[in-house]
Ligand binder design. Sequence first.
Ligand code: NAP
Length: 341
Amino acid sequence: MAATSVFVSGATGYIAQHVILQLIAKGYKVVGTVRSTEKGEDLKKKLKSDNFTYEIVKELGTVGAFDEALKAHPEVTVFLHTASPFHFNITDPEKDLLIPAVEGTKNALSAIATYGPQIKKMVVTSSYAAIAHYDVDTVSSNTFTEDSWNSVTWEKSKGNMFDGYYGSKTFAEKAAWDFVKENKPNFTLSVVNPVYVFGPQAFASDATGTLNTSAEVISSILKLKSDDEVPSDSGAFIDVRDAAEAHLVAFENKDAEGKRLLVSEARFTSQEILDIVNENFAEYVKGRIPVGVPGSGAEKIKTLAKIDNSKTRKIIGHDFIGLKKTVVDAIQQILDTNGSI
Ligand code: NAP
């Protein structure tokens, strides 16, 4: 039997590269979309696999963005839509975040409806941002689950880049569920809603310079000076290898059909990341980065909302990687790649 062929939009992304590595390791064929030939060739070289090919999609928000790529691949039966702007190097939240995210998702859906009738499964990478807004995630009496929705409005989303990101993920995910409800397509939809994604790059050579937005949360700890304030970042995290695996589970496991997978291991604070770095990489960072108040992260976590993702954990079926391993693996990779941290 021919190997199943999986389409992955945004193939050069931090999460997508891990998804592709796992797909290829399991014998799938992968068609990825990238923004340029240069990016496609670079990824092909890193993957070293004949089971990866790519198509160019320069801008996911352009009408018909995925049409030609899908027309060229009638063998594809699974569509993983991971591409979405996830950076804050923007000037206009509506133009730079909301519109590409929402139109990109609609373009993927309409390409499947018109040119991919053979596609049986679609997985959309949404986010915890579509589940809980910062305002309510920092209220300790709240609990969020796979059924929770961010109530952010389009108007509020236009106000600043952070609200813009929350809105971009919320409205893009809603567009996908609405499409399925209204059109009853040939495919089933599953959604992956990761919290902050941490952990190593898929390819060690990429563990240099400024990393992707979430991976940089860890990397930026290394750039602190000893008398800097400890950053006040807190949230919930999932290791990138677990976040990637959830994309495979989302189309392989029937229990995930029509579901949201809220992939989250636990809460974290910058202090906890700092504690792990100071304990495990002391010879490199002692006296150079701050110490803060070791062990005090737990107090801050008590002020945050609870996340109950027991339904997702049941579908995934194994424990997620913990904070210590995700931080140590990410930093060890930076050290190995650059010779210093
Ligand atoms: P990433 O490394 O920035 O990857 C994003 C991918 O989307 C890249 O391949 C990027 O291409 C592509 N892309 C972005 N905007 C585009 C546009 N306008 N037109 C065409 N392609 C575009 O981010 P990531 O962390 O892997 O995120 C992947 C997905 O997971 C996103 O949907 C994000 O919202 C979601 N997510 C991420 C996290 C996290 O903590 N990392 C958490 C929750 C959800 P270029 O690099 O060539 O621009």
